[in-house]
Design a protein around this ligand. Structure first.
Ligand code: AMP
Ligand code: MN
Ligand code: MN
Ligand code: MN
Length: 284
């Protein structure tokens, strides 16, 4: 009998960060969509992993413990995934908790700036939507849409939450070196998230990947929910040239985003070695 193909989705979010499904709900939705191996990769927190792991065990799905770390590199914000991390690693948890402190301060600052721009109450609104979890810009976006200040979250980002807009606060995230060290110490594989989404020239991205690899990074997302078909072709070429391992993830945040679905991902292009074939892959 032929080997059945295994469906991987190695990038997703729950209520623990800016997703809209609880960790168990997310795992159930992934299972229903035919995902066999799911990574939960919340922004700067591992708080959803215990619940997700327990639910995955019940459903017979393999849950990869992950995190999406916010990194500041050459005045840009980049996202680095840690896949297969040990959540008991004190160094990782200390690093992430520092990032969450910055998030808390930033949330207050975004609120103050929006208030100054004539829209009070946003901090309270965003906090409420985050219900005790880390507050991100997505919570502000959902609040502003609900209050009728914009048509869509995309619209909110464009008008309020990006550089040169009234609610923008410069990121002061982890250094690349720190993020890679935390992931490596926790036994995880470091993978650059949605590489085609950054405003970087091809040569800058190549320079970044060289530094990333020197610091212990091993992979990049070739297939991502936020990559176009042209992006995939370009990232596959880069992946081959830079000898990176390839990953695929939807970057699912919940059913409100109908154009991004769990597990509905094309296969990795030929010549791009999958990250799950690494000797360090969890369970390998
Ligand atoms: P944060 O890490 O809190 O600064 O927020 C980053 C998150 O905001 C990303 O992970 C996305 O979920 C979301 N996001 C960023 N840009 C946009 C955009 N243009 N439209 C909608 N959501 C966005
Ligand atoms: Mn997000
Ligand atoms: Mn991201
Ligand atoms: Mn993400």
């Amino acid at each position: 009998m032929g080997r059945m193909s295994v469906h991987y989705d190695l990038h997703s979010h729950s209520l623990a960060s800016d997703g809209t499904l609880g960790p168990a709900e997310l795992v159930a939705a992934a299972h229903a969509s035919g995902v066999d191996v799911l990574a939960l990769t919340d922004h700067d927190t591992t708080a959803g992993l215990a619940e997700a792991t327990q639910c995955a065990r019940q459903l017979g799905l393999q849950l990869v413990a992950g995190v999406e770390i916010s990194v500041s590199w050459q005045s840009q914000t980049l996202h680095v995934l840690g896949l297969g991390i040990d959540t008991a690693c004190a160094e990782l948890e200390a690093g992430l908790s520092g990032l969450r402190e910055f998030r808390d301060w930033r949330a207050g600052e975004i609120g103050r700036r929006l208030a100054r721009a004539g829209i009070p109450g946003c901090y309270e609104g965003a906090r409420k939507l985050a219900s005790g979890n880390v507050v991100g810009r997505t919570h502000f976006a959902h609040h502003l849409v609900a209050e009728g200040h914009a048509r869509s979250t995309r619209d909110v980002f464009k008008r309020f939450l990006v550089n040169n807009k009234p609610g923008y606060v410069t990121g002061n995230w982890a250094s690349l070196e720190d993020a890679l060290n935390w992931i490596t110490r926790a036994g995880g594989l470091a993978v650059l998230a949605h590489p085609a989404r950054y405003r970087m020239s091809a040569s800058k991205l190549r320079r970044f990947l060289e530094e990333f690899r020197e610091g212990g990074g091993v992979g990049m997302e070739v297939i991502s929910g936020s990559h176009t078909r042209d992006n995939v072709i370009a990232m596959a070429a880069l992946c081959r040239n830079q000898n990176m391992l390839a990953s695929c993830g939807s970057d699912y945040h919940g059913p409100e985003n109908p154009w991004i679905r769990l597990g509905q991902l094309p296969a990795l292009p030929t010549g791009c070695p999958p990250v799950w074939e690494s000797d360090s892959w969890p369970g390998a």
